[in-house]
Ligand binder design. Structure first.
Ligand code: ZN
Length: 273
């Protein structure tokens, strides 16, 4: 069944981000489809990562009933890393899983997607996370040995900067450039003293460009639950959003698990730019 479900696009950092979508056993180079018409048709079913069909009530969580209540992937500390306890040997739902997931290097970063935000990421996932969020610039702030410490730093910095992306603003254009090195210096002062040792001296700023030919003006987010067939000319891709004609945007990630047909009309549309 996973063969035919939507999954978040894979990204690689090049001059502009390159996006691929894996569906129906085929890897689609999405950048190549810009200017072409995409058709996404939903079957009416959504499956959880455990392969069970989800009832509509639990769809927004991304999990079926059983996983929502039992899986360590859906536990509270996934959404609130400051609640992680595996480093103290305390179980939330499955200590072995939690140890493996939490007791690895984590990073705290600053990113500029719709203004400055603070976030955390595991291991080497940083650049991928920044591309998924549609960030235009990012810098690592600290490297810590477990997820809890990254959550603690994030909480201390949330008083000064956002911890979520304003997706409407992110999709409305490129944000103004920000001096992230200076922001990092200013915010580092507010990291709790016992965690200051983890602040990274390296101040490399990653710059990210997206394949967008035209940004939407009055953004309209389209969802398969409301429109089971979505057709439109692809004008660009940013974060995990497909930018379609008529100011429509489609969040691929929020449709993970939707069993769908995906196709592309190869005739090149010349007029809509
Ligand atoms: Zn499940």
């Amino acid at each position: 069944m996973f063969r035919n479900t939507l999954k978040k696009m894979n990204t690689s950092l090049k001059d502009v981000v390159n996006y691929t979508l894996d569906i129906h056993g085929e890897i689609h180079d999405m950048n190549r489809y810009i200017g072409k018409k995409l058709i996404i048709k939903w079957s009416g079913n959504v499956v959880c990562s455990c392969e069970k069909v989800m009832t509509s009530f639990y769809r927004n969580s991304g999990y079926c009933y059983k996983c929502y209540w039992e899986s360590p992937l859906a536990s509270q500390s996934i959404f609130k890393p400051e609640l992680c306890t595996a480093h103290l040997g305390i179980e939330e739902r499955d200590l072995d899983w939690e140890k493996e997931f939490q007791l690895t290097p984590h990073y705290v970063y600053l990113a500029n997607s719709s203004g400055i935000k603070v976030g955390i990421t595991r291991g080497t996932q940083g650049v991928i996370r920044w591309m998924d969020q549609g960030a235009s610039q990012a810098i690592l702030l600290a490297e810590v040995p477990n997820r809890r410490f990254s959550g603690d730093i994030e909480v201390s910095l949330k008083r000064f900067v956002a911890d979520i992306t304003n997706w409407r603003k992110m999709l409305s254009g490129s944000p103004d450039k920000v001096d992230l090195v200076k922001m990092k210096e200013e915010l580092s002062v507010h990291v709790p003293d016992e965690l200051k040792q983890y602040i990274l001296p390296d101040n490399t700023v990653t710059e990210i460009n997206y394949p967008v030919t035209k940004y939407p003006v009055k953004i309209k987010s389209v969802k398969l639950e409301k429109y089971p067939t979505i057709e439109g000319v692809l004008l660009g891709i940013k974060g995990q959003y497909l930018l379609l004609d008529n100011d429509r945007v489609f969040n691929v990630r929020s449709h993970e698990g939707f069993i769908s047909e995906f196709s592309v009309q190869e005739t090149i549309q010349k007029t809509l730019f």
